[in-house]
Ligand binder design. Sequence first.
Ligand SMILES: *Cc1c(COP(=O)(O)O)cnc(C)c1O
Length: 424
Amino acid sequence: MSKTPFITLDKANEIIEKYPTPFHIYDEKGIRENVKALYDAFSWNEGFKEYFAVKATPNPYLIKILNEYGCGCDCSSKTELMISKALGVTGDNIMFSSNDTPIEEFAYCNELGGIINLDDITHIEAVEKACGKLPEKMSCRYNPGGVFQITNDIMDEPGDAKYGMTTEQIFAAYAVMKAKGVKEFGMHAFLSSNTLSDDYYPMLAKKLFKLAVKIKDQVGVKISFINLSGGIGIPYNPHDEACDIKAIGEGVKEVYDEILVPAGMGDVKLCTELGRYMMAPFGALVTKAINEKHTHKDYIGVDACAVDLMRPAMYGAYHHITVLGKEEAKRKEFYDVTGSLCENNDKFAVNRKLPTIEMGDILYIHDTGAHGYAMGYNYNGKLKHAEILLKEDGSFELIRRAETEKDYFATFDCFDIYDKLINA
Ligand SMILES: *Cc1c(COP(=O)(O)O)cnc(C)c1O
């Protein structure tokens, strides 16, 4: 898939005049078209809902756009629940898919009326303690163990993942929950991340649908919603093929009609907790080339670093890079594109074929809209940078300001570094 930036060099320069590099920029138009296509692909399922995985892009301005189309929030921490609350997203519009959960967070989620999606059977007791009694509507997270594969392709190894309950546990959990007064039940599983196969959701759905039928037959619990969670991937690399969301929706419908409908479960609502698929392609990290260095290799140093985008350092992930204004230029150099952390893995690209880069050139790092800014941290005393929204009419708005030194020192209350030392 060819990769084209959603801004030109001229637009970038216009924005940089007001907000200096580096920054993440998001494309409102792309976000809107994509969420519409998702809802369209699942329009056959009455009550379908996407709970956006807040962790992927925890910016209220962006999540608000998704809310307009009926998306709720998938949260897994107190502050994520607070973002949801601040957006007016409460009750059934919250899915709390946490793990290793502190008991107070169950209580807080319950206060907001959110749906608690239990990661473990022992949490039944914790929720009872936190909430007085079990809420009427709850969900359980499933982990079948072993490997998850499509034909011969191993997609992931659930047996190695810390999440969810075993088959035996999930049967027991539903029975206990029913005995303790739960009235409405959901089921959830997340078995593979960043999948590029249109078969992932249908395969996962098949597993969950079959389990739901068994649970109805053996436990007498009727599952009313099934949560396919996240995991639909995006083509980070130009060699990757994008998923076809329409085909994914149709693939899930086929197994729904094959398994749930004949079992008298044709009213089961589906939901998703997509993060990456909703936002990643619609964000980019815009950064300036500020140093070049020619030693054993050729390096281009930029003004962003791994604190702005951790995926390459953390997973060796590929993020495509376009040098703005040089879109058509021949890629004839091999560069390592680096940030300034004192960590040799702080490289956005290694041995990457790029056009000749001059100091001051603007690099556009693609697909940073999810798990980009969100994973940022303050290593090496680096400050987090701004987030900007490119609106549909071409204007732009600051949706999160850059951190300042004062923000960085704000938590050293006992030393008062900023006021006593720096302002002195
Ligand atoms: C991370 C996560 C998601 C979103 O995953 P993506 O790969 O971004 O789609 C959804 N649900 C849960 C519970 C998660 O932890």
